[in-house]
Design a protein around this ligand. Structure first.
Ligand SMILES: Nc1ncnc2c1ncn2[C@@H]1O[C@H](COP(=O)(O)OP(=O)(O)OP(=O)(O)O)[C@@H](O)[C@H]1O
Ligand SMILES: [Mg+2]
Length: 534
């Protein structure tokens, strides 16, 4: 990283980072590219390193390349070295790294705690170099060619004048301000609208976009010489900024819900506040969109919540109905249906908490495991363990995948460990009743202890590139001979097959473990970019 190649301490770096956080305004006002240079460690300030770079949004750039991280030295750059050493502004023409034309640069020392620590280069086309024939000050003449096709008007003169003031503040160590400024994406830029006020808060200039923003606030009269408060616009932010000599950002809301963001930057010369720049941005639409988004989120959450409640009601109804039936196939079918509905409800529970498109799948798996454990009457007999992580998944992948996990865990519990019941594994789906029946409350302590390690079910989650891998393994009796998942007609695995291949576009392999190990292993792979193809 570029910062490792300099000797600057963390406070000095903090100052430069604040400068880069707020230098957009300086680039825009001076119609110039800005490049921040810091001395390279161990070169006695002779060699400089580009720490940052910004282009103006008000003018063409003269630096098409990314210079950050480049080191510069020698011809032309002496002016920068001089600015750093002497702490005064220097000008020169030079060739930038990888550039094919000379450019004009003004080197501004960046002062921090009394000493120059870096150089800010204001880079312009060479044609804008001030001529030698006297007259206006060099920098005001820069404008003629900098304006690149735009007529030199009042706006250009005002901007140029403001940029000179800010540059003097950089060289004096007053800009950037010692406090964190507003977040970059929120802060109004010069192009959004700019009003210049004197030290009493009276406006001396308003850019065309600022005039528009003021119109939105209901101000139609000429604001020159007036304070915003005299025109009915709350200007407490401007006054606070002038009094404290610090930037202030505040939203001003007027009737009809119009919201304008004011960003006040005081201008300081010789320790005195001489006025301020007020950047205005009409954020009405932005805030309205933000509110809409919030209410959409709330609506989605509400829908998920209702779906979850309805699913829970359905599962309760199924359970009530099952209880009324005498033992047999019908009762069992209702129980299974109830369990499946509960798995779906569980996914919705998590969806209703996080309204985003992405769901933390590991949490879903943890809840499914808990649910499965609760369904085993003596829960210590079969240990269910989860390994690895699936991370966040799209809601439309998470829901079917959760059902798959639930079915596979349930199968392991129901079919893999029938031995402890004294029954043989028939693999016909009747194991469920056997296990539940025999692991009931009249088991002795010894029986429970003996059953402690009867079986393990391992759920493994992993990601390989864009594929999610799900393994469900048990150390039970293995699959019945001649079993084939592709032809299995029973409901549980038919559901799994359908969800994996049709809905998730994935693959499923199911086999009995071979050689030393016994048990069943199911491997499912799901492409996570599935929707993109469909
Ligand atoms: N982990 C496993 N260990 C041993 N046998 C298994 C395992 N998983 C599935 N089987 C066998 O595959 C058969 C089909 O499973 P499937 O889930 O499709 O139906 P089921 O569990 O019998 O009934 P349902 O799931 O519809 O309640 C089971 O009856 C069982 O014989
Ligand atoms: Mg099953």
């Amino acid at each position: 990283m570029a910062l490792d190649r300099t000797d600057l301490d963390t406070r000095a770096i903090g100052h430069l980072q604040r400068l880069m956080g707020s230098w957009g305004i300086l680039a825009d006002l001076s119609f110039a590219d800005l490049v921040l240079l810091v001395p390279v460690r161990g070169t006695a300030n002779k060699r400089l390193l580009v720490l940052g770079q910004i282009r103006p949004s008000t003018s063409q750039t003269v630096i098409p390349d990314d210079l950050v991280g480049d080191e510069v030295e020698g011809e032309g750059w002496d002016a920068a070295v001089e600015a750093l050493g002497a702490g005064s502004l220097c000008e020169c023409s030079l060739r930038l790294p990888r550039g094919d034309e000379d450019v004009y640069a003004q080197m501004i020392p960046v002062r921090f705690r009394g000493s120059p620590i870096a150089v800010l280069a204001r880079v312009l086309p060479l044609a804008s170099r001030p001529s030698e024939d006297g007259g206006d000050s060099g920098t005001s003449r820069l404008l003629r060619s900098v304006a690149l096709g735009r007529r030199e008007g009042r706006l250009e003169r005002v901007y140029q004048d403001l940029s000179e003031k800010l540059i003097a503040m950089v060289a004096d160590g007053v800009f950037p301000f010692p406090i964190e400024d507003v977040p970059v994406e929120e802060a109004p830029r010069v192009g959004d609208g700019l009003v210049v006020v004197d030290r009493f808060g009276r406006a001396s200039y308003a850019s065309p976009n600022a005039v528009n923003a003021l119109h939105r606030l209901g101000v139609y009269s000429d604001i020159t010489g007036k304070r915003l408060s005299e025109l009915g616009v709350e200007d407490a932010a401007v006054q606070r900024s002038l009094n404290a000599g610090l930037p202030v950002i505040e939203e001003v809301e007027r009737k009809r819900g119009v919201i304008v963001l004011l960003h006040c930057i005081p201008l300081i010369s010789h320790h005195e506040v001489t006025g301020a720049l007020v950047l205005l941005r009409d954020v009405t639409d932005l805030r309205r969109l933000g509110r809409l988004l919030l209410s959409k989120d709330a609506a989605i959450r509400e829908v998920h919540h209702r779906v979850k409640n309805n699913l829970q009601t359905i599962s309760s109804l199924l359970s009530l109905q099952a209880r009324r039936l005498s033992p047999g196939e019908g009762k069992e079918a209702l129980r299974e249906a109830e369990r499946r509905v509960r798995s779906i409800a569980l996914v919705h529970e998590i969806l209703s908490r996080d309204p985003g498109e992405q769901v933390p799948f590991d949490e879903i798996v943890a809840s499914l495991v808990k649910m499965a454990e609760d369904s085993i009457v003596s829960s210590d007999a079969i240990a269910i363990r989860v390994h690895g992580t699936a991370g966040e998944l799209d809601a439309d992948i998470a829901t079917p995948l959760a059902l798959v996990v639930a079915e596979l865990i349930q199968n392991a519990i129901e079919h893999a460990f029938p031995v402890r019941n004294g029954h043989d594994a028939s693999g016909t789906g009747t194991g469920n009743q056997d296990i539940q029946g025999s692991s009931s409350s009249h088991d002795t302590d010894e029986a429970l202890a003996a059953r402690d390690f009867i079986g393990h079910v391992d759920v493994l989650l992993d990601r390989e590139d864009d594929t999610l891998i799900l393994l469900v393994e048990d150390d039970g009796i293995g699959l019945p001979p001649d079993f084939d998942i592709a032809t299995s007609k029973s409901l549980g695995l038919s559901i799994v097959r359908d969800l994996v291949s049709s809905q998730l576009g994935g693959k499923i392999e199911m086999c009995s473990k071979q050689e030393h190990a016994s048990g069943t292993k199911v491997r499912i792979s799901v492409p996570l970019e599935h929707e993109a193809f469909s």
